[in-house]
Ligand binder design. Structure first.
Ligand code: SPD
Length: 277
């Protein structure tokens, strides 16, 4: 048995599967879990790969440690999406963090991950964590001047997720940040989502002074070449706390200070897509 994710009917990812462990239609999407031959358990939403036990560390370390090591003292951190708990797990490794807030639209994603991905979701019960099962856009409208870092760990820009890739959302994010705040958002693959990457980074640039896209190699995301985009009025990723970064790196599988610097080096074809400044 094989699982296939089709990339726009033009290419696909194939994974050999031992069995399907779970399938349900939640209020928002189809949630499926497979046991694969090589990548451990695999979570898909509406047929699109979200994470596997084997490779999730790359994405979750990269979407958290670059912004957190760049912020001088991240105390309150929000994750929009990310119901699997992987980003929260990594955020909690930072001693400065007093509050790690999760806003996930679909509570079923979290419950399924608690069952099938305990090493990813296992820190959601930490006393510093607050979980809200709510629409990210609506949640943001109710918050002002509160968070130091906001991480948008969304699914792909299809269906309800589309709003999280637009300028109106980034304006709400900016309002919800304290002065000196930082936002990052997963920004897809330059091979398969060129237009999304261009429009979302341009929209971030309408709202924030600095926009920087960086790279993470994630085997199960389309092309394996994935990007995350950072925005802030006050900070730039090159100026990070190397001592904190090294401390985090001591227990990381992907992230370290060299990766922090190196992830910022973009090939020319990617520079031509993103509107970094
Ligand atoms: N095409 C996959 C994009 C998914 C990004 N978010 C994944 C959620 C992992 N926390």
């Amino acid at each position: 048995m094989w699982f296939y994710e089709n990339y726009d009917e033009k290419a696909s990812l194939g994974l050999k599967v031992k069995r399907k462990l779970h399938e349900e239609q939640s209020k928002f999407q189809k949630i499926e879990v497979y046991e694969t031959e090589f990548f451990g358990n695999l979570l898909t939403l509406d047929g699109l790969v979200m994470l596997s036990t084997k490779d999730e560390f790359v994405y979750h370390e990269m979407i958290t440690h670059l912004p957190l090591c760049t912020h001088p003292k991240p105390e309150r951190v929000l994750v929009v999406g990310g119901g699997d708990g992987g980003a929260i797990r990594e955020i909690l490794r930072h001693d400065t963090v007093k509050e790690a807030v999760l806003c996930e639209i679909d509570e079923r994603v979290t419950r399924v991950c608690e069952e099938y991905f305990p090493s990813t979701a296992g820190k959601l019960g930490d006393p510093r964590v607050k979980c809200h099962f709510d629409d990210g856009f609506a949640f943001m409208q109710r918050h002002e001047n509160y968070f130091d870092v906001i991480i948008t760990d969304s699914s792909d820009p299809v269906g309800p997720g589309v709003a999280l890739f637009k300028e109106d959302y980034y304006r709400l994010v900016k309002k919800a940040l304290r002065p000196g705040g930082i936002m990052v958002s997963q920004s897809e693959s330059p091979w398969f989502y060129e237009e999304t990457m261009g429009s979302m980074t341009a929209a971030m640039g309408q709202v924030f002074k600095n926009v920087q896209t960086y790279i993470a190699m994630i085997p199960l995301y389309p092309s394996g070449f994935w990007t995350i985009s950072f925005a802030s009025d006050d900070h730039r990723l090159e100026k990070f706390d190397a001592a904190r970064s090294a401390k985090i790196a001591a227990n990381s599988k992907y992230y370290n200070p060299d990766i922090h610097r190196g992830a910022l080096a973009l090939p020319n074809f990617v520079r031509a897509i993103v509107k970094n400044k």
